[in-house]
Write a protein that binds this ligand. Structure first.
Ligand SMILES: CC(C)(COP(=O)(O)OP(=O)(O)OC[C@H]1O[C@@H](n2cnc3c(N)ncnc32)[C@H](O)[C@@H]1OP(=O)(O)O)[C@@H](O)C(=O)NCCC(=O)NCCS
Length: 188
């Protein structure tokens, strides 16, 4: 299947919201409002396939989306990655992540990370499991106000763009904001 990755446009917001919030309803990622998606639209990339499906015959098919948020001059986050279930397993998630990494490189950012429940996927994209404790730009600034801070068991995955290797998660070191910073098991 031929897939194109391009910057998101306002007409993508409904599709983006639908796929993200479908997974959010299953507690697999953070919910995003229409206002959030519009405000951060320029962070987002969209994957689209050839026209078809339920839309007008000439409209390309929305397959998924992903955002790159620059947090500091040195660090950017891959977030809101979602591929429609019917399009999964075809390399679209990896193509979206690689496009975000290319954008981070273009911007001159040195490190890219993701917080995720699917660390194996990010390993396949070249990221390494590390400790959220080593990303204070996220764990001290944004995590404490995240709605999921009491039930966070997300893995921190990091990629260095300068060829150096991130420090891996230490043996026995806990995963997730709740265990690491609140010292208890995440709520279910
Ligand atoms: C996770 C997700 C983005 C993967 O997208 P995808 O297009 O199906 O993934 P790809 O086809 O690009 O897979 C790339 C590689 O990762 C592997 N992979 C994909 N999903 C995986 C998973 N859940 N667990 C382990 N490995 C996975 C694939 O087998 C493939 O491996 P390969 O290198 O051997 O070929 C997609 O399933 C999704 O949207 N999930 C729900 C939302 C979510 O969890 N988002 C991540 C939030 S950070």
């Amino acid at each position: 299947m031929s897939v194109a990755i391009r910057p998101a446009r306002v007409e993508d917001v409904l599709d983006m919201q639908e796929v993200i919030n479908r997974y959010a309803a299953e507690d697999r990622m953070l919910e995003r409002s229409r206002d959030f998606l519009l405000e951060h639209l320029r962070d987002f990339l969209v994957a689209e396939g050839p026209p078809g499906g339920s839309r007008a015959p000439s409209t390309p098919t929305f397959l998924g989306c992903c955002a790159l948020a620059v947090l500091t001059p040195d660090l950017a986050e891959v977030r809101s990655l979602a591929v429609r279930p019917e399009a999964s397993g075809r390399g679209i998630g990896r193509a979206l992540v690689h496009a975000c990494v290319a954008e981070a490189r273009r911007l001159g950012v040195r490190r890219v990370f993701a917080l995720t429940l699917v660390p194996e996927f990010f390993e396949r994209c070249g990221f390494m499991l590390t400790s959220l404790g080593r990303l204070p730009e996220k764990s001290a600034a944004e995590c404490p106000i995240c709605p999921k801070r009491f039930k966070c068991d997300e893995h921190a995955m990091l990629l260095h763009l300068d060829g150096t290797i991130p420090l891996p998660l230490a043996a026995g070191e806990p995963v997730g904001y709740t265990r690491l910073f609140l010292g208890r098991e995440p709520e279910v």
